[in-house]
Design a protein around this ligand. Structure first.
Ligand SMILES: CC(C)(COP(=O)(O)OP(=O)(O)OC[C@H]1O[C@@H](n2cnc3c(N)ncnc32)[C@H](O)[C@@H]1OP(=O)(O)O)[C@@H](O)C(=O)NCCC(=O)NCCS
Length: 149
């Protein structure tokens, strides 16, 4: 595992993130405009880099005092299973804790077992389903929630 730490996601990372999005999410990838929008709203975004560039990224939209939503979390395919996703998620949860929000929520594809496992390890529990949330695949989303201690 690299000794790097998640750092602030800046606009100049977007170009590097787009091919990772395309590889991981295909037709459901986020566009540059969506990332610009997230950053311009001041949402809490982190990027994990090494000398080879961006390996992963994640974002949190905070709606204090009640809740925050994990907007996305992704790790480049060749860098997965090295603890980067966990580090990114923990950075988001630390920020939620710092802001004192009551609950952190997220949507995850119902068929995405690896991500659900990562979330379950961090205290997220399923609280509902959004039918056909992901388009065009029409995949259901599981809504998961973690109540802050
Ligand atoms: C989900 C994702 C972010 C995890 O990132 P990662 O850096 O590979 O994960 P980590 O190495 O930090 O693993 C943390 C835990 O997640 C779970 N996990 C991660 N990948 C897994 C896999 N392929 N199979 C089963 N569990 C997995 C495990 O519980 C793992 O802990 P362990 O290694 O001690 O068993 C990454 O697989 C990814 O980018 N997937 C594609 C995009 C995506 O689905 N994002 C989530 C959208 S909601």
């Amino acid at each position: 595992m690299s000794r790097s730490r998640p750092a602030r996601f800046r606009w100049w990372h977007i170009d590097e993130v787009l091919p990772i999005e395309a590889d991981l999410f295909g037709a459901e990838q986020w566009s540059a405009a969506m990332f610009w929008n997230e950053l311009s709203h001041g949402h809490f975004y982190r990027v994990f880099t090494d000398d080879g560039g961006v390996l992963g990224y994640a974002g949190l939209a905070v709606a204090p005092p009640d809740e925050a939503w994990v907007q996305n979390i992704a790790v480049r395919r060749d860098a997965q299973r090295r603890g980067i996703g966990r580090l990114l998620l923990e950075a988001l949860l630390a920020e939620a804790g710092r802001l004192g929000v009551r609950a952190v929520l997220l949507e995850v594809a119902a068929d995405n077992a690896p991500a659900q496992r990562l979330y379950a390890m961090h205290g997220f529990e399923p609280i509902g389903v959004r039918r056909g949330y992901y388009q065009p695949s029409n995949t259901d989303a599981l809504v998961m929630q973690r109540t802050q201690d």
